[in-house]
Design a binder for this molecule. Structure first.
Ligand code: IFM
Length: 478
């Protein structure tokens, strides 16, 4: 359900940011590439998961999706025509290794080589994510991320890919959103591999973090001038009421959701409050693991979407707490609360508590129920306003001292949105999944105009039911 409240749009212009601020868009392999059985690619856990009845909302899968495997020149052309100067993509592990002991697949490597060359030719700085959730199924069959062997397989994958692309790719993200890999995939079971075992999810999380820690020096050795980090989905957490027990529950949940990742990455080990609350659910940790995880990084990737509220709820979950619905707030079509001020709060907290070398917003965006109008255009006013308000929130965070150096909008293309299938559109480019026709949405045109530093034409008075009111002129850049 989409709801919106009337709001005045803040003023934000590209000139509010430093000249070397990076402006990009982001995608991931399984969500856009298609070509699932081409050129030696083998089955991933998402191919397998999607074949299970009822797990994907609209029954779709990523076998074709945007067919970016064939349409990448057109997609990069549009990304570059926006005036963006960076592009975040991910490497499909099952395209690179077809089995546990297989040699790297030359055709898979060649595809990413062409893609990277295509980015560079268009002035797009390549930002490669190594793991955006598409584990080869053969590794899952051997225990997946619950097995330490997968940690070592990941390091080999990182080694081969960084050797192959490192002469041109200098920015590396080891993992996207380890919380999702662990919790959505192994506790809630709503993502591949579809397991519901909280203790296993906590162990998976440790292995994912460990693989980041062990892969980072390998990439650095292969690409001495590289910049390496990982992308976390972080959330501002608050207590549902001012009762002490809700506040304690919110602190604990913040520990599980945010600090469980940030603390070990920044050398503090797992947070004691969560470790103690987990009791026998805590992960098996070997000597040296925590030091490996605390490897120094060059930046922190922050994926921001929504805040969360928590209340104490004995017996409801392993940590005796639960999420509370935010009530009558503005939401995207996903039901996610729209809270740009929360982004500023979150960034300030990260800066104050962890002082990362640099922060990049590696994802931020929204899904709305886009409609093609009679002219074949998409007047996604709500997504445009979402973008304006979140960019203004970053501008404010920078004013407060946060070292934010770049922004990657999620997403360049409408794509396969995991358990939601192709029914949730996050793109600033509309994709017709039947004809593969691409159409730049109003939000994409706004991003283009914003990046060009142009004064926008008068805001269209598209103010359909539920759409945010546009305060004409307030967002125009000078
Ligand atoms: O589409 C996803 C992406 O793959 C990871 N971060 C959140 C996005 C929106 O749900």
């Amino acid at each position: 359900m989409t709801t919106s409240l009337q709001h005045a749009l803040p003023s934000v212009a590209r000139s509010d940011f430093n000249n070397d601020f990076l402006w990009g868009t982001a995608t991931s392999a399984y969500q856009i590439e298609g070509a699932a059985s081409l050129d030696g690619r083998v089955e991933s856990i998402w191919d397998r998961f999607c074949s299970m009845p009822g797990v994907i909302r609209d029954g779709s899968n990523g076998a074709v999706s945007c067919d970016h495997y064939h349409h990448w020149p057109e997609d990069l052309d549009i990304a570059s025509s926006l005036g963006s100067n960076a592009y975040r993509f991910s490497i499909s592990w099952p395209r690179i290794f077809s089995g546990p002991d297989a040699e790297p697949n030359a055709e898979g490597l060649a595809f990413y080589s062409r893609l990277v060359d295509g980015m560079l030719a268009r002035g797009l700085q390549p930002w490669a994510t190594l793991y955006h959730w598409d584990l080869p199924q053969y590794l899952q069959d051997q225990g997946g991320w619950n097995s330490r062997d997968t940690v070592h397989a990941f390091v080999r994958f990182a080694d081969v890919v960084s050797r192959h692309l490192g002469d041109r790719v200098k920015h590396w993200i080891t993992h996207n959103e380890p919380w999702c890999t662990a919790m959505l995939g192994h506790a809630d079971g709503i993502h591949a591999p579809g397991i519901k075992d909280f203790k296993m999810a906590i162990q998976v999380c440790h292995h994912v973090l460990l693989s980041h820690g062990l892969a980072t020096p390998v990439i650095r050795a292969n690409v001495p001038d590289s910049r390496i980090g990982l992308a976390l989905n972080l959330h501002p957490i608050s207590a549902a009421t001012d009762k002490a027990e809700d506040q304690t529950a919110a602190d604990l949940y913040d520990g599980l959701r945010n600090r469980w990742y940030l603390d070990p990455l920044y050398g503090r080990g797992y947070p004691t409050d969560v470790w103690n609350a987990l009791a026998d659910l805590a992960p098996a940790v070997k000597a040296g693991d925590m030091a490996a995880i605390a490897v120094s990084t060059d930046f922190l990737g922050v994926n921001f979407y929504f805040p969360e509220r928590i209340e104490h709820a004995p017996g409801v979950s392993a940590l005796n707490l639960r999420l509370v619905d935010a009530g009558d707030v503005e939401r995207t079509a996903f039901g996610w609360e729209v809270a740009p001020a929360g982004m500023t709060t979150l960034l300030k907290r990260i800066q104050d508590d962890y002082a990362p070398a640099a922060i990049y917003i590696t994802e931020n965006g929204a899904t709305y129920d886009d409609v093609l109008d009679a002219q074949g255009e998409i007047q996604d006013v709500q997504r445009r306003d979402y973008l304006i308000r979140h960019l203004a929130a970053i501008k404010e965070a920078i004013r407060l001292g946060c070292q934010v150096r770049g922004y990657f909008l999620w997403s360049l293309l409408d794509n396969f949105e995991w358990a939601e299938g192709c029914s949730r559109r996050f793109g600033i480019i509309h994709v017709d999944f039947v004809t593969q026709r691409r159409t730049l949405k109003l939000s994409g045109k706004w991003y283009r105009d914003f990046l060009a530093g142009r004064v926008l034409p008068a805001a269209p008075d598209v103010n359909t039911a539920g759409a945010a009111g546009v305060v004409k002129g307030e967002y125009l850049s000078a």
